[in-house]
Design a protein around this ligand. Structure first.
Ligand code: AMP
Ligand code: FE
Ligand code: FE
Ligand code: ZN
Length: 277
């Protein structure tokens, strides 16, 4: 049986493994395909596809976008988007600009509190990367302020923590529309990460479906058999394709390995733009 991991981050956003590096890892664990789903950027896709062509791994072009869903940060995946679509540029550069403004605010309040951290230093270290809180947390870990990226979030950077700064996000429905306009298919990411009640989760999935989403992530790192059974039921109820992936980020989420959550290769055919919906 052929398998695919449809949720992978690279150094183009907040992963620590390069686009060709993740393809090599996928090859190493015997996957047939992966999707590159970096936050707010498509810049890792071409390098990954080149490596994929050499190693015989199919690389699906993808993206992950943070949306605003009733004030919550809900993530939307886009698959088979055209990286050269003129629709992409304005939305992604707006989003990256919002992130940059926010990064500046976070770093300057960290500085004021006595942390020896500068955004210049972070940017120099990650050329061509969409910088976000994980890069700030990583530098805090390097300097010994915290022991891991996730401790950086838990102590300082997550919502409700002292250095949290909100940012503007694209509306949930607009993100679905934007992915479709860019030639892609939208899939609601990790529906259980938002800690909604079952009733609210169902409402979100129902809205995703009515706005034109093609699928929801059912197989995801850490989801138990009962989580999966619950999400499968929702996918059937709202006629959504059950997709899945690991959310690999390299050392930024060291407990996750590539292919840890995966789906049969046939799922790709169900979410491809050629599929009948
Ligand atoms: P930002 O794009 O700056 O809002 O950062 C959000 C990203 O940080 C998410 O997409 C996650 O990949 C990552 N993240 C959030 N919480 C954690 C955590 N506890 N440990 C590691 N990474 C995290
Ligand atoms: Fe991330
Ligand atoms: Fe996500
Ligand atoms: Zn992700």
């Amino acid at each position: 049986m052929k398998y695919a991991d449809l949720h992978v981050h690279t150094t183009a956003s907040d992963g620590t493994v390069s686009p060709s590096g993740v393809v090599e890892l996928a090859f190493g664990v015997g996957l047939a395909a992966i999707a590159i789903t970096d936050h707010d950027t498509v810049s890792g896709i071409s390098e990954a596809q080149k490596a994929g062509a050499e190693l015989g791994i199919e690389v699906i072009p993808g993206i992950e976008i943070s949306t605003d869903y009733m004030g919550h940060d809900v993530h939307m995946l886009g698959y088979f988007i055209d990286p050269d679509s003129p629709e992409l540029e304005p939305v992604l550069s707006w989003s990256v600009n919002e992130k940059n403004i926010r990064n500046q605010k976070i770093v300057s309040s960290l500085k004021n509190a006595g942390f020896n951290i500068s955004l210049d230093e972070i940017e120099r270290k990650h050329p061509g990367t969409v910088i976000g809180r994980p890069h700030i947390a990583a530098v805090m870990a390097e300097k010994g302020y915290v022991t891991s990226v996730s401790e950086g979030f838990e102590r300082y950077l997550s919502e409700g923590r002292p250095f949290y700064v909100p940012r503007q996000r694209i509306a949930f429905a607009d993100a679905v529309e934007f992915i479709i306009r860019s030639g892609g298919k939208a899939v609601l990411a990790h529906p259980l990460q938002y800690k909604f009640s079952q009733q609210d989760t169902e409402k979100m999935v129902s809205l995703a479906s009515s706005h034109g989403c093609t699928g929801i992530e059912v197989y995801y790192t850490g989801y138990t058999n009962s989580d999966i059974a619950y999400l499968l039921k929702l996918s059937e109820k709202f006629m959504l394709v059950p997709t899945g992936g690991s959310d690999f980020h390299g050392d930024n989420k060291p407990h996750i390995s590539i292919g840890q959550a995966k789906v049969p290769y046939s799922v790709i055919e169900q979410i491809s733009p050629q599929a009948h919906s």
